[in-house]
Write a protein of this length. Structure first.
Lengths: 137, 165, 155
């Protein structure tokens, strides 16, 4: 009888030890999973930001005037800069996750567009694009 | 007699505690595994989406940028599908490269101009279900759908443009 | 009673599987992020070179519009070099002056090759080429092909 009680106590202790060991290791693994998730979300966000910035850059290079440039990207003037919002899939629409801003300046016979992409107020990517000459009417 | 009853009760409590601990352990293990699987699935899904944008689309864009000469870049029909045609001259001979979607893949076909090879001869570059190409002035726009139904878009402005050709 | 050590052994196995799974997920996500970063950096480098080429074009257009030395090929070359064009050259022809130069993408073995033609009348050039080209190791593909038989008799 004593032996039986002793055996079940040992098993109980063993189980407790297993749980504690598992808790410690699971804590570390959950931390790794959280880090992996963060990296994956950042990677996707950066890729979408680069895609949107590149689309804006190429449209800036090809557009004959500001109206055409804004029409292609769905840009609207806001606080002196041109802005557009995009959802997770890069489709234009109000209240989207990503915000694209374009600031156009002229210098040295060229036009420069300072393109920035934000998500939740954090700047993900920025690109400076230049085109020769000026826009037509 | 009382001693036997006490031992029976003690044994029952011990078993209940063990069972409780085992259940707790099982729940912890299951919860951790489920969260890990969810994270892994999310990574795989996002990885697939970024692969389309980063690989297939940027490949098209960079091929066009690498061939941007006056009159060298064209959008045309190629055996019933939309294709980008890039012309170049090597050692006095005219060659063309067709970039198109055929049989579930983005394909590239490089051949002497006028040779008339079939779309199956193209080298598969990336998995793709559909490719739409649009030209508005100097701006070439690509829109792709991969085998999983994920979509992506890219555009490239021809610096040499229509006026230069 | 269950045999002793069984639950501990099972726990250790479970931990090993979980740790491997977590490590692989982290490795995959990390590789994905590095590729995205590389793509972003290359894109920025391309537009930097593209912008530099635009500045050279603007300088040449200004030279074409305002200078009296527009029939001097060396002057064109000097303007392109001063504006940042690498290895510039200019050829005077019947159609006008053809100027070539390139701009190297920062941090890449790729250059942007530009060829412009300035006609006698127009200030704005006709862009004959504005394309990327790999150089250095990037331009030499790994030779993974089998040697091609050239028709010589084998010994």
């Amino acid at each position: 009888m004593r032996g039986k009680t002793s055996k079940s106590s040992l098993f109980f202790i063993e189980l407790c030890a297993s749980i504690v060991l598992f808790l410690v290791c699971a804590g570390v693994c959950v931390g790794l999973f959280a880090r992996a998730h963060r990296l994956s979300v950042d990677s996707a966000g950066l890729t979408v930001a680069v895609e949107r910035a590149t689309a804006a850059a190429e449209s800036f290079r090809a557009a004959r005037n500001q109206a055409e440039f804004c029409a292609v990207l769905g840009l609207k003037e806001q606080d002196g800069a041109l802005c557009a919002d995009y959802d997770e899939n890069g489709l234009a629409g109000d209240g989207g996750v990503y915000r694209l801003t374009v600031d156009v300046t002229e210098e040295a016979g060229t036009m420069t567009a300072d393109i920035r992409v934000f998500r939740g107020g954090e700047e993900l990517y920025d690109l400076a694009v230049r085109r020769p000459g000026k826009w037509g009417a | 007699m009382d001693g036997k009853k006490d031992r029976k009760q003690g044994g029952g409590l011990s078993a209940a505690a063990v069972l409780l601990l085992l259940t707790l352990f099982g729940l912890l293990a299951a919860g951790t595994l489920v969260s890990g699987v969810a994270v892994s699935r999310g990574i795989e899904q996002r990885g697939g989406e970024t692969y389309l944008k980063r690989t297939a689309l940027s490949y098209l864009v960079n091929q066009v940028r690498g061939a941007d000469e006056a009159g060298a870049v064209d959008v045309c029909g190629f055996h019933g599908v939309e294709a980008v045609r890039l012309r170049e001259e090597l050692n006095g001979t005219a060659y063309v490269t067709y970039l198109y979607c055929w049989d579930g893949a983005l394909r590239e076909l490089f051949m002497e101009e006028g040779l008339g090879l079939s779309p199956e001869s193209g080298v598969a570059v990336a998995e793709m279900a559909e490719l739409r190409i649009q030209r508005r002035g100097d701006l070439l726009s690509f829109s792709m759908t991969d085998g999983e139904g994920r979509t992506g878009a890219a555009s490239v402005a021809l610096r040499t443009g229509e006026a230069a050709s | 009673m269950p045999f002793f050590g069984g639950s501990l052994l099972m726990t250790v196995l479970l931990i090993v599987c979980l740790a491997t799974f977590a490590a692989l997920s982290l490795q995959a996500a990390g590789a994905d992020y590095r590729l995205s970063r590389r793509y972003a950096d290359y894109t920025r480098a391309y537009y930097e070179a593209d912008g530099s080429a635009c500045l050279v074009e603007a300088a040449l257009s200004d030279f074409a519009a305002n200078s009296l030395e527009a029939d001097d090929a060396a002057a064109w070359t000097a303007v392109a070099a001063e504006a940042g064009g690498e290895d510039p050259s200019a050829i005077q022809g019947a159609a006008g002056t053809e100027v070539s130069f390139f701009v190297t993408l920062p941090g890449e073995e790729i250059r942007l090759i530009v060829r412009l033609r300035y006609g006698a009348e127009a200030d704005d050039p006709v862009r004959l080429a504005w394309k990327t080209e790999a150089f250095g190791e990037a331009a030499e593909p790994e030779d993974t092909h089998l040697p091609v038989w050239t028709g010589e008799e084998t010994p």
